[in-house]
Design a protein around this ligand. Structure first.
Ligand SMILES: Cc1ncc(COP(=O)(O)O)c(C=O)c1O
Length: 370
């Protein structure tokens, strides 16, 4: 049995891959592969509408929000967000854009946004990391929010650092959340946010599709030089068909949404995700060999980075894991160590297999770590 712990592109439900394989050459008797269909034809329109409705159901997206299927990934949204929202707050020129920095992906968002407005880093986790040697989200009471901010941007789950919000921030400005690596993993109240965006390739489907959920009153404020294909209002008015959408990625995402519904929806998945994360953190915390460097109340349920206290064992850990069918556990190159990404499609059995292996490896090697 193979278990794939990649951070993204990541494991997809086997059922979905099998269904896609069986429909590859001839979708529902149409005589065409989904890849060969006109995006405006009735077959693909039915796939797209169903996918959109299923996502709306799964996240209980209120009627005053648009769901957009875009391209460019979350990194493009780092520019698309200020391009669409910096015009919101007319009083300040250039617009003030509030960002909370909780790790590597926040840093990228901030750098990009600085091209389009005056970025105020309202809080930065780097200070806590330096003093406590633990990553953590700064307490909201310490955040220095701007009174005239066009929006407040957060990264809901830092895929590299393994830091996840377990609360919804409060702000007068609309909250924009990068949920690339935790969308659909937990129940959220969409109305708490002005905009939610996510690249699909972690918890949804193949790379190439970006989901944007945007409140209607936030459409129509784009800066004049915002590219037309990136103007949310344009995309919304054209039902995500202003340009050709990533049709096959939308089709697979749609199959994943139906799979999620069959599992009992987001609340059912959240329960399993809590159990999976608890199992792995417990293994790390009670071991002699491993450590996680994130404060308990900010630990991610989706991406769990850990280090071997004796780093000289890294290579043998990875090769022994591979022999047991446990793949893609190497940590991100910027932080080193290991990382297990355990998205919705990772079954509990996969985490049990990983924990079983880690305990065995701990028993064999812990002596040399002391
Ligand atoms: C939280 C987060 N934001 C942004 C990105 C960048 O997304 P993309 O490569 O799809 O542009 C990623 C991962 O790749 C991510 O995990």
């Amino acid at each position: 049995m193979i278990y794939n712990f990649s951070a993204g592109p990541a494991v997809l439900p086997e059922e979905v891959l099998r269904q896609a394989a069986s429909e590859m050459l001839d979708w529902h008797g149409s005589g065409m592969s989904v890849m060969e269909m006109s995006h405006r034809g009735p077959e693909f329109m039915s796939i797209m509408n169903q996918a959109q409705q299923d996502l709306r159901d799964l996240l209980a997206v209120p009627a005053n929000y648009h769901i957009l299927f875009m391209q460019g990934g979350a990194i493009a949204e780092n520019a698309i967000v200020p391009l669409n929202l910096a015009g919101l707050q007319q009083r300040a020129q250039p617009a003030t854009l509030d960002y909370v920095c909780t790790g590597s992906w926040s840093v990228k968002s901030i750098r990009e946004a600085a091209k389009y407005g005056k970025v105020n880093v309202a809080a930065d986790s780097a200070a806590a990391l330096a003093s406590q040697k633990l990553s953590a989200i700064p307490a909201p009471s310490t955040w220095k929010l701007s009174p005239d901010a066009a929006y407040l941007h957060i990264c809901a789950n830092e895929t590299i650092d393994g830091v996840e919000y377990q609360f919804v921030p409060q702000a007068d400005a609309p909250i924009v959340a990068d949920m690339s690596s935790n969308i659909l993993s937990r129940v959220i109240n969409v109305a708490d946010y002005g905009v939610i965006y996510a690249g699909a390739q972690k918890n949804i489907g193949p790379a190439g599709l970006t989901i944007v959920i945007v409140r209607d009153d936030l459409l129509g404020h784009a800066l004049p030089y915002c590219p037309s294909a990136f103007n949310w209002k344009n995309v919304a008015e054209n039902d995500s068909m202003y340009n050709t959408p990533p049709t096959y990625a939308i089709y697979i995402a749609g199959l994943v949404f139906q799979w999620l519904k069959r599992q009992g929806g987001v609340a059912a998945l959240e329960k399993i995700n809590i159990a999976k994360a608890a199992l792995l953190y417990d293994c790390i915390d009670t071991s002699r060999l491993y450590e996680n460097r994130v404060r308990q109340d900010c630990r991610s349920r989706m991406n769990i980075p850990f280090f071997l206290k004796d780093e000289s064992l890294n290579a043998s850990f990875l090769s022994a894991a591979r022999e047991r069918g446990l793949l893609q556990l190497r940590g991100h190159k910027s932080v080193g160590g290991m990382r297990a990404s355990i998205y919705n499609a990772m079954p509990l059995e996969g985490v049990q297999a990983l924990v079983g292996f880690m305990r065995d490896f701990d028993d064999e090697h812990a002596v040399s770590a002391h």
